[in-house]
Design a protein around this ligand. Sequence first.
Ligand code: LLP
Length: 422
Amino acid sequence: MRPIDPVRYTPFFSFRDGQLAAESVTLERVAQRVGTPTYVYSRRAIETAWRKFDRAVSGVPHTVCYSVKANSNLSILRALARLGSGFDIVSGGELERLRRAGVSGDRIVFSGVGKTREEIREALAAKILLFNVESEAELDALAGEAARRGIAAPAALRVNPDVQAGGHPHISTGRRVHKFGVDWERAPQVYAAGLRLRSIRWRGVTAHVGSQILALDPFRLALDRLGHLIGRLRREGVTIEFLDFGGGLGIRYGHEKPPEFRSYGKLVARTARKLNCRLLLEPGRAIVGAAGVLLTRVIYRKENHGKAFLIVDAAMNDLMRPALYGAVHPIARARRPLRGERWTRADIVGPVCETGDSFLSDWPVPEIEAGDLMAIWGAGAYGFVLSSNYNSRRRAAEVMVDGTRFRVIRRRERFDDLVRGE
Ligand code: LLP
């Protein structure tokens, strides 16, 4: 009845003297100083993942544009900027974060189906590298705003390669039925329309097929279609310098077996080389997902009809993924299980007044009492950023561990924060 043991596959978290630690800092130390719930990230885990991803495509000219939406904490953005990362944004808010992190526009690509005129103006002023345009209507808006500035906007069209991919219906994006991009059959028409607009400068093609993708086949199929499209566009006189292949590479939460960065990198680099394109990639989860845990303490233990519940102080408002996608984030006690300890099963749930506020059901747990510290794994991506104030809960603190030290990179919200603006 032993559970999945993430310590075995995340080298930056380990037991030290029986205590779970991020790098050299025990989580108990963090919890005592900062309280719970708290997101804890390993800086080395983030940096190592980024470097490894970058190296996987080092055979071709490329920029790894970290997808800011996965985790937009300024300290994480700064750490990645220092490594030379580019960035993929989806809003004016994310652009502003990058500005505050000191990132220049030429390292930014802008995706998203609903860029407003205001956001387009801000991005033009920031001189970003590429607008990933998702419709004809957006192309017109971009052209209009660029014309007003007397410039030509650098653009790529997001095409929808119609492949089935992604770990859950809510995070697969590349099918025809989805709102994203333009059908790949119709793309040539949109490019032709762009050629007639003096304030649009086509520079590439972009696609993003989904998230938490655990096989290479959907990527292969999409790349194949993009290759054909790029060939045709060039024959029709469109300049294509960039192939922006989005993000989507999955990670291991529990039993998943995602492709290695290396095999993914080889596949995309091969296509980029063949097409003679500069490769842009927008990984989010693959960079930060495994680098973070959500620390939480058990408030109560209770039984209902013979079923055990551990009620913890983190809830669905802190980490939405289980409620939203049925995602399984393994949870472990921050104290190493002892030999001979009795294991039982329990539901691990939060205090929010919703049945959906459950992290895991029937999960194997060692002996756990109120006050025990627990770590919810794989919480680095789409964790804090998706959190809310539901039930008037203050959003969690975020902590960055760096070797033997740690730093609060976002303080826990105060009650004043809850009513600000009301
Ligand atoms: N590029 C574009 C255009 C995207 O839409 C996304 C994610 C990415 C890059 C980064 O994808 P990644 O490498 O992280 O898979 N909240 C969901 C995931 C939503 C993904 C949205 N788009 C979750 O928690 O699983």
